[in-house]
Design a protein around this ligand. Structure first.
Ligand SMILES: [Zn+2]
Length: 280
């Protein structure tokens, strides 16, 4: 599943390639991707709209057009490709044909991706409506305060790993990144969320930003066969704990367990805090 760094990489890549392009027509080859609007209406409304900007909230892309905002989620396997006018391939479901003879293709093998269209240019109003109103804190949000997150965490008894993966609490941290963040913060992934001190929450958030910034700079990871316009992520070469055999810090064998069905890697020696135990 594309995680925040991959989605941010897609955003940056698309921003360079489609800003200023105007839609001539839209071909819809699989209409279940389009939500809350009649597909014919969707296609018709987008004609003559120009891509002005692309923003991101968690793992959602927000395409800012002349009079509209298009919200896209790649879910499991969604990708965008910029092509000319060649025929659609099997997994291309939505094609935005531009007036300059190029086209933007939404490609999705699993067909789980979604697109919502809003007839407004007001980003704030779109952020307050489904699906974006259910997206949690973005680690890069300037207004995000550790105090606010700590207070929220005080009411959560599930393991910190599950909390960090819960997109309605913090958006954009996927499985690989959560393992890396817990490792850097020296927090055992099974630690009950409410047990974390304010200082630990602050440290976790700092590492979340650091790990994501680094992953974005390196183009994300490609462990789950994801690539944005065939850019392969180099972040997997930088992983410290996820999929690793030995701890880079103490050299002890890395432990692999499952938390909520997600494979979880951690060092039992360095990530101690669990069930009331204090960090060494
Ligand atoms: Zn260790």
């Amino acid at each position: 599943m594309p995680e925040l760094p991959e989605v941010e990489t897609v955003r940056r890549h698309l921003k360079v390639n489609i800003i200023g392009k105007t839609i001539k027509s839209v071909d819809i080859l699989y209409d279940k991707i389009i939500r809350d609007i009649d597909p014919e209406d969707f296609a018709h409304t987008l004609v003559n709209q120009t891509f002005l900007d692309i923003k991101r909230k968690g793992k959602y892309l927000l395409f800012i057009l002349t009079d509209l905002i298009l919200v896209s989620h790649l879910r499991m396997e969604g990708k965008y490709f910029l092509k000319r006018t060649e025929p659609a391939t099997k997994h291309e479901h939505i094609i935005f044909n531009f007036t300059d003879g190029t086209s933007l293709r939404y490609h999705d093998v699993r067909k789980f991706g979604t697109m919502n269209l809003f007839r407004t240019k007001d980003i704030k109003s779109v952020l307050n409506k489904p699906p974006l109103n259910k997206v949690g804190f973005d680690p890069f949000e300037k207004s995000l305060s550790a105090k606010e997150v700590y207070e929220r965490f005080q009411r959560i008894t599930k393991p910190i790993k599950s909390t960090l993966l819960d997109q309605s609490i913090i958006s954009g941290l996927g499985n690989i990144y959560v393992d890396e963040v817990c490792y850097l913060a020296k927090i055992h992934p099974e630690t009950s969320t409410k047990q974390l001190s304010f200082e630990q929450v602050s440290v976790l958030l700092d590492y979340a930003k650091e790990v994501l910034t680094k992953a974005i700079a390196l183009g994300g990871t490609t462990i789950k066969s994801f690539s944005s316009h065939e850019i392969s992520g180099r972040f997997q070469n930088e992983l410290l704990v996820h999929t690793k055999e030995h701890c880079p810090n103490c050299k002890q064998k890395i432990t692999k367990i499952r938390i909520n069905g997600r494979s979880t890697y951690f060092c039992e020696n360095c990530q101690l805090i669990k069930a009331g135990k204090e960090r060494k």
